[in-house]
Design a protein around this ligand. Structure first.
Ligand code: KIV
Ligand code: ZN
Length: 497
């Protein structure tokens, strides 16, 4: 396959990614992310839309003046004021856009084809007159009449644009259509072509790859694929596919940093990475079934397309009802837990039992089970002695929790958004000296109907070292069930420390 010699990656996490509902980066966060993107070798970083706010201007200017290797680009409409603000923010790379589809012309812009063409040419010429690099996007290109789209691109090329971008603004492209469109544009245009895919139908990465196959030399991507609606093409998936599936060896991206970058952006945005997300998801290199684990332990390539180290991730042998003896043995070995055959059978049966009930089993759970089977279980070090909660619409929810911690009675009160939140905060403060806890997951189910229904609470708690343990409790009182489940998981983590 003949791919363009040099493929450029434009990362737009800080612009299109930030347009994801609920995402807004501070200036500092933008700087941190830009530095990380530069470190992994991104060619161009779109840092924002300077005309939008003073903060955007400040972050654009600060990032530009950091002297990174990457080109620093900003978005602008085809308006003089937008372009002036962009230049005023010290940027010398402009990504300018105007909608070209009939929908955008008639309903959003209320402009004729000619007026749009005129504005596009004006913006490109204005940018070039000011000596900056100009990337032009025909917004909603993939729903624009093809002849008109080509006319627009040809006109901006003549006006001096350095690169044209083809945005699939609402993610309606599919691979064969992408190939046809990009090939056609390539036959009519001599400047580089870029592709910008949205993921409305889950095809953003596939369409970006086929665009590259068809002659585009740049793709817009975002970390974790965050962006408007269903997001954009995901940086990690696109890069790894190019390197591995397309065997492209001159892509200068340090893939080893992809996992950390993904976690970092997920933390800042609060957008969790789906557990089964390719490349960076928690399960991307996790194996549970006995057959797979057996294969992986002999040679990981049997059930892995790439080594997790390539992207800075780690392999995980998960526990559940599909666990085989080999998998369990390797887990016990990993934690230096030595048990005899009879004890092994007991641990194995318990894992299978929990798995059959559809329960999550963490590594800390396994250690706690093994410790119990070995008879080394410590007495519960933290016990509930008293719990009082006040809640209602006229008071802040308050919880007073009294615990026995290593036989010493301690009490604390906290307020929260509700009694469970208040109780968790009180417990966190009480146990802080021994363990720094974070609630990873909280689920509650009513087992029976009625106001006296039994509540089943399931939690996953983690500590600062990454130990995670589950906790369960079933009681009539929701707050008591929650507190009991939380203490149950804390005791498990303490037991294995
Ligand atoms: O998706 C889109 O059309 C965009 C434009 C600003 C290029 O992000
Ligand atoms: Zn977009």
């Amino acid at each position: 396959m003949k791919l363009p010699k040099n493929i450029n990656i434009l990362d737009t996490t800080l612009r299109d990614g930030e347009q994801a509902p609920g995402v807004a980066f501070t200036v500092d966060e933008k700087i941190q992310i830009a530095q990380k993107l530069d470190q992994i070798g991104i060619n161009t970083i779109e840092v924002g839309f300077p005309r939008v706010s003073d903060g955007e201007k400040v972050s654009a200017r600060t990032i530009k003046n950091l002297g990174l290797n990457a080109n620093i680009c900003g978005l602008s409409r085809v308006l003089k004021e937008d372009i002036d603000t962009l230049i005023d923010s010290d940027l010398n790379y402009m990504h300018t856009f105007i909608g070209t589809s009939k929908l955008h012309r008639d309903y959003k812009l209320k402009m004729s084809k000619e007026e749009i063409l005129e504005k596009a040419i004006y913006a490109v010429e204005y940018g070039k007159d000011h000596g900056i690099t100009v990337e032009f996007s025909a917004e909603d290109a993939t729903r624009t009449e093809e002849n008109y789209l080509i006319e627009v691109y040809k006109s901006v090329e003549s006006a001096g644009a350095d690169i044209i971008n083809v945005p699939d603004t609402v993610g309606v492209l599919f691979p064969s259509a992408t190939k046809e469109l990009i090939s056609k544009i390539k036959n009519n245009i001599n400047i580089p072509i870029s592709i910008h895919c949205h993921n409305d139908f889950g095809l953003a990465v596939a369409n970006s790859l086929i665009a590259i196959e068809s002659g585009a030399s740049q793709a817009h991507v975002t970390v974790n694929g965050i962006g408007e609606r269903a997001g954009n093409a995901s940086l990690d998936e696109f890069v790894v596919a190019l390197k591995v599936a397309y065997t492209l060896d001159n892509l200068k991206i340090d893939t080893k940093q992809l996992f950390n970058l993904s976690e970092y952006v997920s933390k800042l945005t609060g957008i969790k990475i789906p557990i089964n997300k390719p490349i960076v998801g928690e399960n991307a290199f996790a194996h549970e079934s006995g057959i797979h684990v057996h294969g992986v332990l002999e040679n990981a390539a049997t059930y892995e397309p790439i080594n997790p180290e390539m992207v800075g991730h780690t392999r995980k042998i998960a526990l559940g009802k599909h666990t085989g003896a080999n998998g369990l043995k390797s887990k016990l070995k990993e934690y230096n837990i030595e048990i005899n055959q009879e004890q092994f059978s007991q641990v194995y049966d318990q894992i299978k039992n929990l798995g059959d009930k559809g329960k999550t089993i963490t590594d800390a759970d396994l250690k706690a089970i093994a410790i119990t089977v070995l008879g080394k279980v410590k007495n519960e070090s933290i016990k509930l002695v008293g719990l009082t909660v006040i809640s209602g619409n006229t008071v802040s929810a308050t919880a007073t929790v009294k615990l026995s911690i290593n036989n010493k009675i301690e009490e604390k009160s906290e307020i929260g958004v509700g009694p469970v939140d208040a109780a968790l905060k009180a417990i966190s403060r009480l146990v802080k000296e021994y363990i720094d806890i974070e609630l990873e997951e909280y689920n509650i189910d009513a087992i029976t109907g009625g106001t006296d229904a039994l509540a089943e609470v399931f939690v996953i708690i983690s500590d600062s070292k990454g130990n995670k343990a589950t906790g369960r409790s079933t009681q009539e009182d929701v707050v008591l069930a929650s507190v009991d489940a939380i203490l149950n998981s804390i005791n498990k983590i303490i037991a294995i420390k």
